[in-house]
Design a protein around this ligand. Structure first.
Ligand code: MEV
Length: 345
């Protein structure tokens, strides 16, 4: 048998950066996924291949060693896979000499603010936990209902913390459960938002120079230098998120678009905009998006354009010079499926 688990990425609609300072945020899972396929190997090795990144290598869980075979500069993602496999092995109580062949198919760019590392972590954990269950009991049938989502979400968040040093639970929660969440200001409490509409968005992506940690630090330096100025920007962001929460529940397209544009102005004021992002944001508005803004940490990475109308026009305009693709809210979280093994190794 081979096991495939698929987990969605995410986009932050409102509240990035402000959330670092205890302000609320709203984020949704998107229908772009990380698909992780695991099958048993005849030997005891663990081989991982990510064809889309032209990356492959062997992992040694015990010693936490990664031996790269092919690499186009994206090896960081293998750390999440290694930690997930190790956690699943301990949890699954399986013999360490059981080899695995793992293939990862990513439907989103990495380092683009779209939660690719969380999606890979959640999908790897789910596939590996299921694989070990099958190894221990060949008779059992695993269905999506059998997934222990609370456990998967908690392990995945721990792994993100270990690999990155810091992480909000936004990405791993959305990859595990899907849907939309409001992260409240009090103690990062996650409240699931019942949204029953598609939320048509276009993502525009440019490669990023700085990582999330560096961008958070950059904002912090500004806040330390001009506390009163930056604090009032963060307060305004909070007001935007609270107003947007109501607009989302009432399906008020116009208000939602306007609030995205105001939020973008404030992200620009924090200094996380770039000429490429700005270019995409204004192109999208000109082509008919009701709102457009940076999503995630900025400094490159992704924008979202909210397009209840003129989707094709916005997509066409952005895709001329950049990577652009449509996404929708994804109601379902991580899914697992079993199928006959493809080949013997
Ligand atoms: C990064 O995608 C968004 C930030 O708000 C950091 C975080 O929420 O962990 C900048």
């Amino acid at each position: 048998m081979q096991v495939t688990a698929s987990a969605p990425g995410k986009t932050i609609l409102f509240g990035e950066h402000a959330v670092v300072y205890g302000k609320p945020a709203i984020a949704v899972a998107i229908n772009r996924k990380a698909n992780v396929k695991i099958q048993k190997r005849a030997d005891s090795k663990i081989f991982v291949e990510i064809p889309g990144l032209k990356l492959s290598g062997y992992l040694e869980l015990e010693k936490e060693v990664i031996k790269i075979e092919k690499d186009q500069g994206n090896i960081g993602i293998l750390n999440y896979i290694l930690k997930s496999l190790k956690k699943a092995q301990i949890e699954g109580e399986t013999e360490s000499e059981n080899g695995m062949e793992i293939t990862v198919d990513l439907e989103m760019p990495i380092s683009g603010g779209l939660g690719s590392s969380a999606a890979v972590t959640v999908a790897t954990l789910t596939a590996a936990l299921t694989h070990h269950k099958l190894e221990n009991d060949h008779q059992i049938k695993i269905s999506d209902q059998d997934l222990e989502r609370d456990k998967i979400a908690s392990y995945a968040h721990q792994i993100e913390m270990e690999v990155q040093g810091a992480a909000s639970p936004i990405d791993t929660t959305l990859s595990t459960y899907g849907g939309s969440i409001y992260l409240s200001a009090d103690a990062n409490k996650i409240i699931r938002m019942p949204l029953d509409w598609d939320l048509p968005l276009i993502i525009g992506f440019t490669p990023r120079q700085m990582n999330t940690g560096e961008l958070i630090e950059y904002v912090k330096i500004k806040k330390d230098r001009y506390p009163a100025v930056i604090n009032s920007i963060l307060d305004s962001m909070e007001q935007i998120t609270e107003t947007a929460r109501e607009a989302l529940l009432l399906k008020d397209e116009k208000i939602l678009g306007e609030l995205m544009n105001i939020n973008q102005g404030l992200l620009d004021a924090l200094g996380v905009n770039t000429p490429e992002l700005s270019n995409m944001i204004y192109k999208a508005r000109k082509a008919g998006a009701l709102g457009s803004k940076i999503t995630g940490a900025g400094g490159g990475g992704s924008i979202i354009a909210y397009c209840p109308q003129n989707r094709d026009e916005v997509l066409l305009k952005l895709a001329k010079k950049h990577t652009a693709f449509p996404v929708q809210l994804c109601g379902e979280g991580v899914q697992v499926k079993l199928s006959p093994k493809e080949r013997f190794t």
